[in-house]
Design a protein around this ligand. Sequence first.
Ligand code: PEP
Length: 247
Amino acid sequence: MKKREIHIVGNWKMNQTLHEISEFFIQMTAMKMELKCKAWIAPQSLHIPILKEIAFTTGAIQVGAQNCSYADSGAFTGEISPAALADIGVEFVIIGHSERRTIFKEDNEILNQKVLAALKHNLKVIYCVGETLEERESNTTFKVIEEQLAVGLKNVPADKAHLLLIAYEPVWAIGTGKVATAEQAEEVHAFIRGKLTQNAEQTIILYGGSVKPDNIDSLLRKENIDGALVGGASLKAKDFKQLCTSA
Ligand code: PEP
């Protein structure tokens, strides 16, 4: 029996049409949605209200965003306000995904501002950390992650620490089909838990990187792995459902 509740979080990235979303939920419903864990999905922002509506009728999933701004409002063309996310009832936001860090050049300082802004509105935050292949090969994995945690989570108020989840996503495993071994992942998860200064034992730490129905079990057997952040496999109802029921 796991100490912490398993969370399976689908990160749909910039994918899914309205037709595909409706097919996804038709298939999920046909497979009966008795999920054994917390099932969360982060669609593209403009699809959030549609998923909220579906979540309201099925009651089975919680809906989140893939990113948010550090500002509540103002002249930030194209950005997504954490205040607006909270206002429409979004439950969580992913901050610091490696695609945000690399493609959009978001550094630990900016991510810290985003984390604090989201927490201020009582959004749950999935803060992503992880090393590149180069960093792993040069034995700097722990140093990189320590820095991502220390800067990214600076000044998190004690009364908001329960809203925080961490996702360990080795960059070399995201969308590559190369999953970290359960032992490699557990080693980093235990390290992360050891570095958390607040709420450490209760904090959900997800693994992300090419998680599929055929590799989830060995990951979830590890003490410090409390679920998964899933890209590719979360787009297919059958795989997502299978991930949520194997949990
Ligand atoms: C992700 O985008 O967070 C991710 C882990 O993707 P994938 O599962 O496709 O590797």
